[in-house]
Design a protein around this ligand. Sequence first.
Ligand code: 1OR
Ligand code: 1OR
Length: 393
Amino acid sequence: MSNLEIPVGLKELLQGYTVEVLRRKPPNLAEFAVQHFTLVLESQRKEQQSKKPSTNPEQKGVPFETDSNKPNKDDEEEEEKDSVSDILRSVAVCAEAYNPDDDKDDAEPQVVHPKTDQQRQRLQDACKDILLFKTLEKEQFSEILDAMFEVFVKPQEHIIDQGDDGDNFYVIEKGVYDIFVQKGGVSVCVGQYNNKGSFGELALMYNTPRAATIIATQEGALWALDRATFHRLIVKNNAKKRRVYEAFIECVPLLKSLELAERMKIVDVLGVRVFRDGECIITQGDRADCFYIVESGEVKIMIKTKTKTGQQNNTEVEVARCSRSQYFGELALVTNKPRAASVYAVGETKCLVMDIQAFERLLGPCMDIMKRNISQYEDQLVALFGHSDDLKH
Ligand code: 1OR
Ligand code: 1OR
């Protein structure tokens, strides 16, 4: 035993693994060991590789260089025009698109931006209704809060420019932000965020260029989440969400005409909210910002109408109910008017929720069906109350 030699580096290697285990508390130690040591090996190889003049061939999703796939001279000259970091970036971007379930992300170091209690409280308030965070486990949500950092913006500042690569996802703490989209070479304002909501998720989810330009109209405060953490936690969670909701979303009559890929994009941006029996989900007269699909339970639609002399009736009348796979909350979004009715949960009710920007972006193809149903509300209103002023405003 005395002549047993401990190989150089073994202690550090095992220590590194032990520290990561204690820090991350993985559920499966063997699986985590494979991930951890694969990363160690990769970084060792990268280190060796970076001493060579060629670009790094061992990035995620890139084949090893062999005699048969070595770049030819022309390619090499072309590549030299780009900086190594540009190439690595584009490699990472391509690879991400193919591998939402790749567990390598899990072993990436956790980003932590320390915050004061007051900052954390403000951050928590800003994030409490963010739909993309609604289906996360508590632990993942808390990791996201740790990773977010504060960004203060000035009037006219461009937070995002259409066509750029995506760096961060943003949650609004305060401020008003215009959304511009290029149409036929002209930049058109297609919407606005008013002191709440979030933006910048699309480029990070789908590895696409930024789809819109976002400009602050006044001084504002945002919380940003870096691309890697967004990928590690949100994109991963979305893969799970797709598995859970694929079958349900297929059964929603409103969405029948959409392609599978379009339905999956809806699932990606959906949040889930659970309401207690009797809880008010929508209040008549409020400004609208969301659209709902009932996943389980039931809701009742209640209306306070005006009398023929134009006075508001204070008693609410039940006019309809929606249950599993039916939708509500579209009317105000389509007509750009205040909510036409109040909506209450009947028993515990679970709804899938989509924000107005996603509604406009993704539900265009379903607009005809919604409009047809809206004209039925009007007929019903006339039948019940003798006029349809409350829907038309
Ligand atoms: P992103 O990472 O592409 C720009 O960066 C962000 O603007 C985008 O993520 C969304 O979060 C946000 N179409 C595309 N992106 C939009 C839109 C939008 N609205 C907000 N964003 N449309 C406007 C819907 C009101 C559709 C325009 C045709
Ligand atoms: P919203 O955004 O106005 C309230 O918020 C939601 O209630 C509304 O969208 C519809 O989705 C839903 N009249 C008005 N809103 C209705 C009605 C309705 N039914 C469901 N909603 N009528 C019932 C017709 C069967 C007509 C009233 C007599």
